[in-house]
Design a protein around this ligand. Structure first.
Ligand code: SF4
Length: 423
């Protein structure tokens, strides 16, 4: 068989990787340089972005090692039965591409995933070898995110963690039954065991580091070898099965608690060519993906519970309004809050107040009372927050929900209809 050009492989395998959302490019403003102007793209093909622990945004070469696969996950364009053009990089090709792109300043790291060829161990072995060659043979200091194959041998996962900054094990479908139907070769238990192993490794490494810091008081110890410094993540596909938002966010809460994931990526299912009849014909609205991200954030950083965001009687997130706003409208008894007296946890629930804003308010009010003129300076969106708060020179007239409903109805009738659901 004639050897395929490297450029052709790159086209095929960068395009095939765009279906994997588990690097942080989703949510970015869509930009492209296909019109010949500018450099780079956020279109999810070829280059994606991720964030280092210190908050730096890095560009990653996002590719598959191969889009051939012996599994037949119904929702995946690379499945065994899919009629797509196949390509496969060698380990050395991926290493060289990464180094070339890196030396030209196109990228700061690599996001590498793969279809499964020959066996899970064989494929995982090749992924690890790419990372090993980059780190050990070429002293590559850039960011590496590897996708892991849950059925691969534990030793391979452990090796992957030594070389990569982040590993992801994709849960994919929120319900066990969906996984059985749509990805019959995958097994929920195996995925959980792999995530559990990574968590144990991460915890052990942290313990070892603490131990070394403590013993450094006595002697100077060698640095503990790192293990996926930015932690593990996973991806949930939204809209390929019948899971509602409560099931998805409920699962996310359990995954964060059980495996201390750094992040969960929500990827709206996109219909694929020659799709199975078991799949929906249309993609879910992209706004659903964005509302799930907002709920996930509220869960992790704002003290909301799954039941508060998605009570059993309302298992879907509103698309027109953000989940914090929806919660506030459903809880008029909680408002208005006195900005100068309320505790931090309560202020975090005010629409228009972010974490930094709340911290600024707390600092500011320790010096003098915060007034409505101060809000903008402190980073608040006054139109959003004022109906929910009391200040020395401001008190909302009437019920906060009614005030907001009227304001929103004037600005956006479609949004107003959604708000009625939260009456
Ligand atoms: S194992 Fe991965 S690449 Fe293979 S068919 Fe399933 S989702 Fe696609």
């Amino acid at each position: 068989m004639r050897t395929m050009e490297l450029k052709t492989k790159l086209e095929i395998l960068a395009d095939a990787a765009k279906y994997d959302a588990s690097c942080a490019s989703s949510g970015a403003v869509r930009r492209s340089s296909l019109d010949g102007r500018g450099i780079g793209s956020t279109e999810g093909m070829g280059i994606c972005h991720s964030y280092t622990p210190d908050g730096r945004c890095v560009s990653l070469l996002k590719i598959l090692l191969t889009n051939a696969c012996i599994y037949d996950c119904v929702y995946c364009i690379n499945r065994l039965s899919s009629n797509v053009r196949r390509a496969r990089f060698t380990v050395e090709e991926v290493v060289q591409l990464t180094l070339d792109f890196y030396s030209r300043n196109y990228i700061e790291g690599l996001f590498l995933s793969s279809g499964i060829v020959k066996s899970p161990d064989h494929t995982m072995g090749e992924l690890v070898e790419v990372a090993r060659q980059l780190r050990v043979d070429h002293d590559f200091r850039g960011y590496i995110h590897l996708k892991t194959i849950p059925d691969a041998a534990p030793e391979l996962l452990a090796d992957a963690g030594r070389f990569a900054d982040r590993l992801s094990v994709n849960v994919e479908l929120p319900q066990r039954e969906s996984l059985q139907t749509l990805a019959p070769e995958k097994d929920e238990q195996t995925i959980r065991v792999a995530m559990g192993r990574l968590r144990t490794h991460i915890d052990d490494t942290k313990d070892a580091r603490r131990e070394r810091v403590a013993s450094s008081l006595r002697s100077k110890p060698a640095a503990a070898p790192p293990f996926i410094a930015t932690g593990q993540s996973t991806q949930l596909i939204v809209g390929a099965d019948t899971s509602n938002d409560r099931q998805i966010i409920g699962l996310a809460a359990r995954l964060y608690a059980s495996y201390r994931l750094s992040r969960i990526y929500y990827s709206a299912f996109s219909p694929i060519p020659d799709a199975s009849k078991r799949l929906p014909l249309v993609a879910p609205p992209l706004q659903r993906e964005s509302r799930l991200y907002q709920s996930d954030w509220l869960l992790r950083h704002y003290g909301f519970s799954v039941d508060e965001l998605l009570p059993p009687e309302r298992p879907h997130l509103a698309l027109e309004i953000d989940p914090k706003f929806a919660w506030a409208l459903a809880h008029p008894e909680f408002f208005p809050l006195d900005v100068n007296r309320a505790p931090r946890e309560a202020l975090l629930r005010v629409p228009g107040f972010g974490r930094r804003t709340v911290d600024r308010i707390l600092r500011s009010r320790s010096v003098r009372a915060v007034r409505s003129d101060d809000l903008k300076r402190l980073g608040v969106q006054p139109a959003k927050a004022l109906p929910f708060v009391v200040l020395p020179d401001h008190r909302p007239k009437g019920n906060a929900s009614a005030v907001l409903r009227n304001t929103v109805a004037r600005l956006n009738p479609a949004k107003a209809m959604q708000l009625e659901l939260y009456a």
